[in-house]
Ligand binder design. Structure first.
Ligand code: ATP
Ligand code: MG
Length: 213
């Protein structure tokens, strides 16, 4: 993709999340977004203390970071950023985007989410600012149809016109919650996430009964 992008503005994809753990749902959404929107790179940004999570038992950030590294090692267009982990306290998307604008001043930013998260962005802090800084790509996720919602939102909030994009992807009914619960119950997780990540979970005994509330 690099050469075709020459002379054009580079587009940076951003995928935020808890990634506890990263799985094929995240990776498929990121890869399809990369290809459909000609993104030169997709950055995975694991959250430190996410404002919208009600779980208090989020896995140590270092483990979540290492699992992402293992998951993306074979894709040269994928990268990882510790931006939100280095920041103390809560991480708001608006702050992350401001920081990324500083680091990538020449890039157009594309924030990739699943359709579940896209439906919530109007509850985010400084959403108007966010919409000035980035486009949104909402990837299909089973159980969360966002296409109707997007039309409604664009009617109600004209400033979002052309900034929210719905992306059909081969929808995967995989979630980190389900993976954690499977490990806890002793059910298989193979083929739901990259094998190096599965081995890491096994080696470190993550999500087992004694580790999960
Ligand atoms: P949890 O169950 O802990 O919430 P999750 O599987 O939803 O985990 P997150 O880390 O919360 O994963 O999600 C990060 C981003 O990836 C969000 O934008 C989410 O919508 C998106 N995403 C997660 N799973 C999928 C999937 N299967 N298909 C498409 N997008 C997904
Ligand atoms: Mg989630």
């Amino acid at each position: 993709m690099g050469d075709e992008q020459k002379g054009k503005v580079d587009r940076l994809g951003i995928m935020g999340g808890t990634f506890d753990p990263i799985h094929f749902g995240h990776l498929v959404a990121a890869e399809m977004a990369r290809s459909m929107f000609n993104l030169s790179k997709v950055l995975f940004i694991p959250s430190g203390t996410p404002p919208h999570k009600d779980r208090s038992d989020i896995t140590d950030a270092g483990f979540r970071f290492e699992m992402i590294e293992r998951a993306i090692q074979d894709n040269p267009a994928f990268g990882i950023s510790a931006l939100e982990l280095e920041r103390k306290g809560l991480s708001y998307t608006v702050d992350t985007l401001r920081a990324l604008r500083g680091i990538y001043p020449e890039h157009e930013l594309y924030f990739i989410t699943g359709s579940d998260v896209l439906r919530e962005i109007f509850s985010w802090r400084e959403v108007e600012e966010i919409l000035k800084m980035t486009e949104f790509i909402g990837a299909a996720r089973p159980g969360f149809d966002a296409s109707d919602f997007l039309l409604q939102i664009q009617d109600k909030h004209p400033e979002t016109q052309g900034k929210l994009h719905y992306l059909e992807v081969p929808a995967l009914a995989i979630s980190s919650t389900d993976i954690r619960s499977r490990v806890k119950r002793g059910y298989p997780i193979r083929y739901l996430l990259p094998e190096p990540v599965r081995l890491f979970i096994q080696q470190h005994g993550l999500y087992r009964e004694d580790n999960v509330l």
